[in-house]
Design a binder for this molecule. Structure first.
Ligand code: OAD
Length: 265
């Protein structure tokens, strides 16, 4: 891009942030939906696109119940590596901006994440729904008991429960249903939301991708933060085409000044 085009793009992003802040500043329930893109600036790879996790790895071999039944050690190596990468990563300014947004809105806030890396929680977010589970929780395949385990080194892979059965990561794999309670909370929040902020997701994985549509059908405003267009962009009142680590802190800071004021027509 030549210099004048960059200046123009920056100017238009600043204007879009201002528009988005006026919308986000409306009082009422706010739902935030995040995906892998929000952790990209923490050094964690997204799934799709160039350099994405699914480019070098076949999800059918690593993230399905069949793959685990066939070869639990290979599946566990993949998840042990992802646990180690997530443990090394730090929350970035985008995660922290969402903590601030939660502080601004209190009960009128819910963060629904497809991420399993735990960075939102480490940043300080509290009102979170982990739609796809967590890397930091394990589940016994025999007893169904789930518990937290934050050790990076799990010892010999695959790890086993005290009962002798295999332990698995408590994440959602392809072909599995989402945790019912998490999905119910997320869907209810989408129905009630006045504004939905969609950050760093390709919007290709159902049912998370349906949440903005549910909210839109009930009259919610939709804001998207993503450097690229996605299938959800068509629903958005404002698309903020920039990296979340840069856009969100500015958006949340500007919202602070307008929170509760009705936007000008
Ligand atoms: P994807 O990898 O599909 O999409 C990541 C999105 O983040 C893309 O739209 C990028 O343009 C965007 N992005 C990249 N860098 C960004 C940045 N700095 N700021 C903002 N956005 C940025 O990841 P998800 O949409 O999260 O599921 O994928 C959804 C689900 O598919 C995952 O939870 C996982 C995966 O397969 C399971 O494993 C079940």
């Amino acid at each position: 891009m030549v210099a004048s085009a960059i200046v123009q793009a920056e100017g238009s992003l600043a204007r879009q942030i201002e528009r988005a802040a006026a919308i986000l500043g409306q009082s009422g329930p706010c739902l935030v939906l995040t995906g892998a893109g929000i952790s990209a600036e923490s050094g964690l790879r997204t799934f799709r696109g160039p350099g994405g996790l699914w480019e070098g790895h076949d999800p059918a071999q690593l993230a399905t119940p069949d793959a685990f039944a066939r070869d639990p050690e290979t599946v566990w190596r993949f998840y042990a590596w992802r646990r180690a990468s997530a443990a090394q990563a730090e929350p970035n300014p985008a995660h922290r901006a969402l903590v601030r947004l939660e502080e601004q809105r209190g009960e009128d806030f819910l963060l629904v994440t497809q991420n399993v890396d735990g960075l939102h929680e480490r940043a300080g977010s509290r009102r979170i729904v982990d739609l796809h589970g967590s890397l930091w929780r394990l589940r016994c395949v025999a007893e169904g008991i789930e518990f937290e385990d934050r050790r990076v080194d799990l010892g010999r892979l695959p790890p086993r429960c005290r009962c002798g059965a295999l332990l698995r990561p408590a994440v959602v794999w392809f072909g599995e249903a989402l945790p019912a309670e998490a999905l119910a909370r997320a869907t209810e929040a989408a129905r009630c939301a006045r504004v939905v902020l969609v950050v760093g997701t390709s919007g290709l994985v159902h049912p998370a991708s349906a949440l903005p549509e549910i909210a839109r059908a009930q009259g919610a405003a939709i804001l998207e933060v993503n450097p690229e267009a996605t299938p959800l962009s068509r629903l958005a009142d404002v698309c903020l085409r920039g990296p979340a680590g840069r856009v969100l802190p500015e958006l949340v800071a500007r919202t602070e000044g307008v929170l509760g004021r009705e936007p000008q027509a």
